[in-house]
Design a protein around this ligand. Sequence first.
Ligand SMILES: [Zn+2]
Length: 301
Amino acid sequence: MDYISENVVPALELCFLNISMTDLTLQTCDTLTTVRWLARHGLIANKRICDKCPRLMHLQARRGKQVGDGYGWGCSKCNRAKSIRIGSFFEHSRLNLIQIVEILYLWSLERPQVEVSKQTGVSPRCLLNWYNYARGLCARYLLDNPVEMGGPDRTVEIAASKFMERNNRRGKYKPDQWVLGMVERETDVTMMVPVDNRDATTALPVIAKHVRAGTRIVTDRWQDYNALPQQNHGYTFVAPGDCKHSVKDVLDLCKAKFTTMSGTSDANFDSHLQEFVWRRCVKDNFFGNILYWIRHYYDVS
Ligand SMILES: [Zn+2]
């Protein structure tokens, strides 16, 4: 076979990929079907040209360390062999592809790692890495697509909330972590940023990064902001009054996630916030969306 899959779906289709666990299990029931599924979705290369000849390589059942998936690319002329994972998100892992797809699916459903480790038979340490990789994609997405909100005729709600203690790598607890939440009322666009304290002077530069000039900002600390000597971002700070203050609900939602995880290491705190924001950005179909971004960042075409 010169091609693994007869067709490769357009990248955007991944965002709308709505698949049940049962269907996914059926479509990735053994290595070859999984390899085809990944190639069809553009997550591993569908064809490969021999870098020596150059001619199209063939997908072959192979054994050996270099092609640990049971299948690999082989050149009929020079006998060169290549892994099917080259250039893909899966290149540097030795975990089998069926398990990786399953882990990504369960991550997308926010299943706890303890449960997923039992279900997939993957060690907690290895699973932790894969959850970190997935969150790493969310972080990269936010870096490349910075959240911006507000503007004239828009209202952004802002509040700070104290999250549970975070522990550093040596297991020592640090004081509680403040998180500044920003939510655009009209669209629910959300941003969460860890901050040293909830002072207006600390928050304002963070707000300026994500909230456009001319925005009406609703916050229960409006007086503090208005008291700042130089407030030149063109914001209007107002009290929440009787209107709903939904940023607090969003902060509570985010905080609840940290509580169910029983805390997180210092190094991972920010990326958990980024995953939360990413999920708010893409809104639904997290499995299809994470696959879309894997394909975006690991272009194997
Ligand atoms: Zn060759």
